[in-house]
Design a protein around this ligand. Structure first.
Ligand SMILES: NC(=O)c1ccc[n+]([C@@H]2O[C@H](COP(=O)([O-])OP(=O)(O)OC[C@H]3O[C@@H](n4cnc5c(N)ncnc54)[C@H](O)[C@@H]3O)[C@@H](O)[C@H]2O)c1
Ligand SMILES: [Zn+2]
Ligand SMILES: [Zn+2]
Length: 386
């Protein structure tokens, strides 16, 4: 079968790899019809993680079940399913608490927790930017879709990661009706956080970034754009709130945060968030930060390469703020968010700018990585559709 394979920094090739197959009685095999490129893939693509060469990428996957293991009882061949990027067992100490983002069973390294498809430090699993995907514990991990699945893949595929992740950011930030919320980053995740805040009835939502095309998407859903090439988000928000700051905020950028000139500083958005949010407000940080960044020494410094990021903890403490962090537990939200889509209340597919066949993955990665004008979110179709 064909898959998009990481072959070293800024090199992805679509090539033949061994066929995905059932390896355990609880597995299901899914023929992937829609699979996204994510900002998380870009950390790997740029060589800024430990991701091994020769592995396939892709953790935002949707497709049709073509085979089920002998112990699978709920999921059936022919079902359309969307797979949380987290791979979880459903029965470990963490999964029992709903923390499928830190499953202990699926992560083979005892010192770590959490697993995902085609992801650095998250187990040996192959990615879904491929014709087929092996899904462990299919009954637990697959979310079945309704009759409109095929026509509305563009919306439903966002349940694999970015819609629940954006929603999770707003949960950690405690966004509620009437709140004034600031989101750092107008990438797909930031847009989903803003969209989630608006769905929850936030009174005012700002989105800060330096890419105009992405900011326009934020405005389309009713958020207020802050262009960081000319404005300081904390100043804008404070001026609009009698100097108090936003009620809460979301970080949707991660450790490769940079200024509009491209100069990287992993503390930039954290500090901005702490400054922008009022005393006792909460911060939801879903942008990825890592304990090791192979390119960090060159891009930022020795400390940052070890994930030791000096940020304004003093001010955060002084303001009595709370911060939530980490990978999102997709399964906590995906069923409810699916039903919002099915009921016509949410259309997260608005972020999609490009639908391409899997064969065009190499150039799609290049454009998305450059944040080229208009390349907001790319979805790939391994069945060749556009
Ligand atoms: N926690 C999770 O479960 C989870 C899930 C998915 C993605 N992520 C992470 O979320 C982050 C965003 O993902 P994405 O797909 O939107 O990525 P992306 O790279 O497409 O978007 C990031 C955006 O942040 C902007 N940005 C950079 N520096 C900035 C700054 N200083 N201020 C404001 N904006 C700035 C960029 O211009 C870009 O538009 C990544 O770190 C990704 O790995 C986390
Ligand atoms: Zn993702
Ligand atoms: Zn588990």
């Amino acid at each position: 079968m064909k898959a998009a394979v990481y072959e070293g920094p800024r090199t992805v090739t679509v090539k033949d790899v061994p066929d995905a197959k059932i390896e355990h009685p609880c597995d299901i095999l899914v023929k992937i019809t829609t699979t996204n490129i994510c900002g998380s893939d870009l950390h790997m693509y740029e060589g800024r993680t430990s991701f091994e060469t020769g592995r396939s990428l892709g953790h935002e996957n949707l497709g049709e079940v073509v085979e089920v293991g002998s112990a699978v009882s709920k999921v059936k061949v022919g079902d359309y399913v969307v797979l949380p990027f987290n791979i979880a067992c459903g029965f470990c100490k963490q999964c029992e608490k709903g923390l499928t983002n830190y499953c202990l069973t699926m992560q083979p390294e005892p010192a770590l927790a959490g697993a995902a498809y085609g992801f650095a430090e998250m187990g040996p699993y192959q990615g879904g930017q491929a014709e087929y995907l092996r899904v462990p514990y299919g009954d637990f991990n697959a979310l079945r879709l309704g009759e409109d699945a095929v026509e509305r893949q563009k919306d439903y595929v966002m349940l694999a990661d970015i819609f629940p992740t954006g929603y999770h950011a707003t949960e950690m930030a405690g966004v509620g009706p009437g709140d004034q919320t600031i989101v750092y980053g107008a990438g797909p995740v930031g847009l989903m956080a803003a969209y989630s805040a608006i769905l929850k009835g936030a009174g005012r939502v700002w989105v800060a970034d330096h890419h105009q095309d992405r900011l326009r998407k934020a405005e389309e859903i009713g958020a207020i754009a802050i262009d960081t090439t000319s404005e300081d988000p904390a100043e804008v928000v404070k001026e609009a709130t009698l100097g108090l700051g936003a009620d809460n905020g979301c970080e949707c950028v991660g450790y490769q945060a940079h200024d509009s000139g491209g100069h990287e500083d992993a503390a930039l958005t954290l500090n901005g968030l702490i400054d922008s949010v009022r005393f006792t407000g909460s911060l939801g940080v879903v942008g990825v930060f890592l304990p090791k960044d192979p390119g960090g020494a060159k891009a930022q410094g020795k400390l940052e390469a070890e994930g030791k990021i000096p940020f304004d903890y003093g001010l955060m403490w002084f303001k009595g703020q709370h911060m939530g962090t980490g990978q999102a537990p997709v399964k906590r939200y995906n069923r409810a968010l699916r039903d919002l889509i099915a009921g016509g209340r949410a259309e997260p597919g608005f972020v999609v700018s490009h639908e391409l066949p899997l064969d065009e993955a190499a150039s799609a990665y290049e454009h998305f990585d450059n944040r080229d004008e208009g390349w907001t979110k790319v979805i790939l179709h391994p069945d060749g559709r556009r």
